[in-house]
Write a protein that binds this ligand. Structure first.
Ligand SMILES: NC(=O)c1ccc[n+]([C@@H]2O[C@H](COP(=O)([O-])OP(=O)(O)OC[C@H]3O[C@@H](n4cnc5c(N)ncnc54)[C@H](OP(=O)(O)O)[C@@H]3O)[C@@H](O)[C@H]2O)c1
Length: 267
């Protein structure tokens, strides 16, 4: 249910992997797009006979979507949401019906964006549903892990820092280059490969050994020049991220260097 960015990626990926998928759409535009992608449109019989119904609707519509389809579901049809921050209880009380969640850690800005190679957090109230979600994730190219129900909001906050936070960080870096006279499209073109190379370093060597730049070198003079040059509104972000960097650099630098950086950044 829902043929948006994630619903589209799930439906198209599962269909490619040979799963029998049909989609339930709200608007005519989504319906036409689903048909154009070769997907079947779900009818009431599909809801009654499906092994699982995935609710890929905005987080604040999950509870009402679950209530809307509940009466048409088969007795054993599982109900699954895809929202990282929401507990299973948002799906409502359904007696014996298996309830679950499949949340891919992927930033999808279009329904044709790939899911392969990403991770997904799974939870389920029955072993059979967990098995079905694992099989779906495997066929989508997702590796899986689980998150305790009580920790979902913190888990999702971390995911948002890593995805939306990275985009916001790119925008702050573009603004810093604008201060130096580099225009925005050129700045973004230059910064994206740099950001990817930083992530490649972390992937290859871990967080501490993957850290580069003046913090990793313990260079207070360069950090001081940055603090003097940056626009005022970027300073809190620069200070916060650099202090995290100092913590990562502690394993590699003499304590007098990290103490000097720490003091400078807190001044
Ligand atoms: N996008 C991501 O990167 C991503 C990653 C992981 C998890 N998720 C989760 O996936 C879920 C969907 O997010 P999304 O990004 O795919 O959203 P989206 O692109 O905005 O798509 C939402 C879909 O839900 C439909 N819809 C909206 N309100 C509805 C309602 N009240 N009742 C029924 N259908 C409704 C929309 O229909 P129309 O097309 O007809 O407007 C649309 O097809 C959310 O729980 C989100 O947390 C998203």
């Amino acid at each position: 249910m829902g043929f948006g960015r994630l619903g589209g990626a799930l439906a198209l990926g599962l269909q490619r992997a040979g799963w029998p998928v049909s989609v339930f759409t709200r608007s005519g535009a989504s319906l036409r797009s689903a048909v154009a992608h070769g997907l079947r449109i779900a009818d009431q019989e599909d809801l009654a006979s499906a092994a699982a119904v995935f609710l890929s609707v905005p987080d604040d519509a999950v509870a009402s979507a679950a209530a809307l389809v509940a009466a048409d579901l088969g007795r054993h049809t599982a109900l699954v949401h895809c929202a990282g921050a929401l507990p299973l209880s948002v799906l409502g009380a359904h007696g014996e019906r298996p309830l679950g969640s499949l949340h891919p850690l992927s930033a999808l800005s279009a329904r044709t964006d790939p899911l392969e190679g990403r991770a997904a957090a799974l939870s389920a109230t029955s072993p059979a549903l967990l098995e079905l979600l694992r099989a779906a994730a495997r066929d989508l190219g997702l590796r899986t892990f689980s998150v305790p129900e009580a920790g979902r909001a913190a888990y999702h906050a971390g995911a948002v820092l890593a995805a939306g936070g990275l985009v916001a960080l790119a925008s702050a870096a573009v603004e810093a280059l604008a201060e130096a006279g580099v225009d925005a499209p050129e700045a973004l073109d230059a910064l994206l490969p740099l950001m990817r190379s930083a992530l490649d370093g972390v992937e290859a060597r871990g967080l501490s050994a993957g850290l580069t730049g003046p913090i990793a070198r313990g260079d207070t003079k360069v950090v001081q020049s940055h603090l003097a040059a940056l626009p005022r509104e970027l300073l809190p972000l620069y200070r916060t991220l650099s202090l995290r960097g100092v913590d990562l650099a502690r394993a590699r630098l003499p304590p007098e260097r990290t103490d000097a950086l720490d003091a400078l950044l807190r001044r």
